[in-house]
Design a protein around this ligand. Structure first.
Ligand code: NDP
Length: 283
């Protein structure tokens, strides 16, 4: 026995990790690339056990964890600290530990904004149509508002969630938001700059596309999808046919993972390696 300690640093994913192979592949590839003795574990946590699971982060000396469905909102009450935007969104997708205390952050929207910025998109004064009002929509729209978009039209099937998001954006950000009920085919207004699908429509194995009038998409618009599998969703294919610039959920997933990685490890994520790992996983 050398007496050397071979234990790995642990990073987790708490929730209902049914299809999280993509995130595992990305993270494990990044650890390997940087020679880090870290492991990324997915853990099924039931709602009744969430508080205990968050306490266990400290007991197990973990670096942190991703949080997924259905815990992104409930988890807030169990954390020692929250970032300003996570508090504003009311949702956390990343916990990291510092000096034995838990910090909640939301990197979903930040990853999305990074992807748009990398594509050269400017935000100031832009008008956005946001399809959906769930967790991803909240994260994406709060970050869009923080980046300077002027108007956000929240189009959602469920009125309660749609109105609540529009109220949040109007009350807590500088953007003007309006809720539109998604009853029947939605026509995108001509003066829209950015169209975002933040619903789960089109996520494998679903092959549907959001019910919008695709002839209302103009080639001046940039059209984005939060769905990462498949990368080229039916929604993005339709938009590309109409000459729109498109942005897929693949780059958003990589970028949110890269931001979380930095919070956990303090290191810049090897983004190219992570992209290749995700491509392999999706193929
Ligand atoms: P939620 O369950 O919180 O929200 C789902 C949203 O989709 C709701 O607005 C819901 O509307 C809407 N919706 C679902 N089905 C339909 C339908 N048939 N017709 C109209 N609206 C529908 O999920 P999330 O917000 O957490 O996730 C949404 C998507 O974003 C997922 O596909 C997820 O994978 C993706 N995502 C991608 C990330 C990335 O990094 N690429 C990061 C996070 C999420 P209603 O309120 O009416 O039910």
């Amino acid at each position: 026995m050398s007496g050397k300690c071979y234990r790995s640093e642990l990073i987790g994913l708490f929730g209902c990790p049914v299809d999280e192979n993509a995130t595992v592949a990305i993270m494990e590839a990044a650890f390997k690339e940087l020679g880090l003795n870290y492991r990324y574990n997915t853990t099924l946590v039931y709602p009744k056990d969430l508080e205990t699971a968050v306490k266990a982060l400290k007991a197990f000396n973990m670096k942190g964890t991703h949080i997924t469905i259905p815990h992104k909102v409930e988890v807030l009450q169990y954390l020692d600290h929250l970032s300003e935007t996570a508090a504003l969104m009311g949702a956390v997708n990343t916990i990291y530990l510092k000096d034995g205390e838990t910090y909640g952050e939301n990197t979903d929207g930040k990853g999305f904004i990074t992807s748009l910025a990398e594509a050269g998109v400017e935000f100031k004064g832009k008008k956005t149509v946001l399809l959906g009002a769930g967790g991803a929509a909240r994260a994406m729209s709060v970050e869009l508002a923080a980046a300077g978009v002027s108007d956000i039209l929240v189009v959602n099937r469920g009125e309660e969630r749609g109105k609540a998001l529009a109220d949040l954006l109007n009350g807590k950000t500088a953007s003007n938001a309006e809720y539109v009920s998604w009853a029947g085919t939605f026509r995108v207004p001509d003066d829209t700059d950015i169209v975002v699908n933040a619903t789960s429509i089109g996520m494998h194995p679903d092959s549907n596309k959001p019910d919008i009038d695709y002839s209302s998409l103009l080639d001046s618009m940039i059209v984005c999808d939060g769905v990462h599998n498949p990368v080229q969703t039916p929604f993005l294919k339709e938009a590309a046919k109409r000459g729109c610039r498109t942005l897929d959920g693949f780059s958003m997933l990589i970028n949110q993972g890269a931001i979380s990685f930095k919070l956990w490890t303090g290191l810049d994520a090897p983004v190219d390696v992570m992209k290749k790992a995700l491509e392999r996983e999706l193929n």
